[in-house]
Design a protein around this ligand. Structure first.
Ligand code: G
Ligand code: MN
Length: 395
């Protein structure tokens, strides 16, 4: 097969006019439940002879010619139309849509997104927007305001190809991402390169410290799937589970509701480790706030300003819910409440300028309940691992 020759801009325009662009959907799978959580819509150009042109061949040309936003704006209604069929089968799933840096600078796309949310054609929780670091970095103030407005409505932003650019971290700082997609090139190399494997794990830890979900792309083998199962990554995507599929095939797949190996223990392990990091942050903050008060300097901002930024709380009230009814899980209700209360009290006391004596009591309470919590988490983790091993053994 000869490589496809580059299309001209006129050919791209004609293809768009003729409705030759379609979305393929690649499922994403939850490592926690083993089920499909949603799909990423990927643009494909369907040739009259049935051939498929991958986006790498025409997107750069459209982008260079300033034509990309026209494509995005013409394809968004298509996405919403496809979604009406997808949601019949998987109402709780999501659909992820890729946008270019330029798209979010324009009112057209944003208005279309908002009116689909307003009309109820798609719920905000069901919509994920994937942008690369370039989008986050090139963004103007207007674009940031637009993203914030959508985030406030509940739309999630995912940072695509994380870890390959120059400034993925800077991009994380600039836009309110809630998902980090670990780039497929490092995930694919995990099996051969220890360094790539370490980088994947480092990126997953980074996501957890930032309180965002990690999604691994480019999972091509069962080995890599299983390595990631206990890594604290929440979702995966790749050829091992499924290639991107034409809409009808994706719907068939959703109808069959396939499952892959799952593990509760993975996220739990990450929560345990992050809890320790979190305690250190609270303690460091108390220390620096006290020092600032003594020397009349400005206080550092409060850590854990949002409950969800606490690794444990985020898990307990989120993914952990799947374990409702489990005794070890239920036993964590009290330490969870006390932990939250203690964080609140510490914040108030520091804000009021209370001295170390007043804080000492809270600190020892925090330490005490953290130990209880970590014991509970460890017990639950080993219980779940054993259960998962038994299931595997019997399978
Ligand atoms: O840039 P982004 O991450 O959105 O790219 C998704 C692209 O990666 C799609 O075109 C899709 O076909 C491709 N892709 C998805 N999963 C895999 C995989 O497991 N291996 C490889 N080589 N490519 C993949
Ligand atoms: Mn993507």
């Amino acid at each position: 097969m000869s490589p496809p020759s580059s299309p001209t801009l006129d050919e791209i325009k004609a293809a768009l006019e003729q409705g030759a662009f379609v979305f393929y959907y690649q499922p994403k799978v939850s490592f926690v439940t083993g089920r499909i959580t949603g799909g990423e819509a990927l643009l494909r150009w369907r040739k009259p002879d049935g051939g498929i042109v991958p986006p790498g061949v025409f997107i750069p040309i459209a982008e260079a010619a300033g034509f990309i936003s026209t494509i995005t704006e013409r394809m968004f209604p298509r996405l919403i139309a496809d979604w009406q069929r997808i949601k019949e089968l998987a109402a709780d799933s999501h659909v992820a849509f890729n946008v270019s840096p330029k798209d979010l600078e324009r009112q057209e796309l944003v208005q279309m997104i908002e009116s689909s949310l307003d009309s109820g054609a798609i719920k905000s929780e069901a919509l994920r927007i994937e942008v690369t670091e370039a989008a986050a970095l090139s963004g103007s103030e207007t674009m940031r305001a637009v993203v914030q407005k959508l985030v406030d409505r509940g739309v999630q932003f995912a940072m695509d190809d994380f870890g390959t650019g120059y400034a993925s971290l800077d991009a994380m700082r600039r836009l309110p991402f809630s998902v980090l997609k670990v780039d497929q090139s490092i995930v694919r190399e995990m099996g051969q390169s220890e360094r790539s494997a370490m980088l994947v794990h480092a990126n997953i830890s980074l996501a957890q410290v930032l309180g965002v979900e990690a999604v691994a792309e480019g999972i091509e083998t069962q080995d890599i799937y299983e390595t990631l199962l206990h890594s604290g990554c929440s979702e995966g995507q790749g050829y091992y589970m499924s290639r991107p599929l034409p809409l009808d095939d994706y719907l068939t797949m959703l109808g069959k509701a396939p499952t892959w190996p799952r593990s509760h223990a993975g996220l739990l392990r990450a929560v345990l480790m992050n809890h320790v990091i979190e305690l250190r942050r609270v303690m460091d903050w108390m220390y620096s706030a006290q020092s600032a008060a003594t020397h009349n300097r400005q206080k550092a901002p409060l850590p854990l300003s949002d409950r969800r930024l606490s690794a444990f709380v985020n898990w307990y009230e989120g993914h952990g819910n799947a374990l409702r009814g489990n005794r070890a899980f239920e036993a964590m209700r009290l330490p969870n409440e006390i932990l939250n209360e203690t964080y609140d009290t510490i914040r108030t006391q520091v804000a009021e300028g209370k001295g170390p004596e007043a804080l000492a009591g809270q600190l020892s309470k925090l330490a005490h309940y953290s130990v209880v919590l970590m014991g509970d988490l460890l017990r639950l983790e080993s219980e779940l691992l054993l259960q998962e091993m038994r299931e595997q053994h019997g399978a």
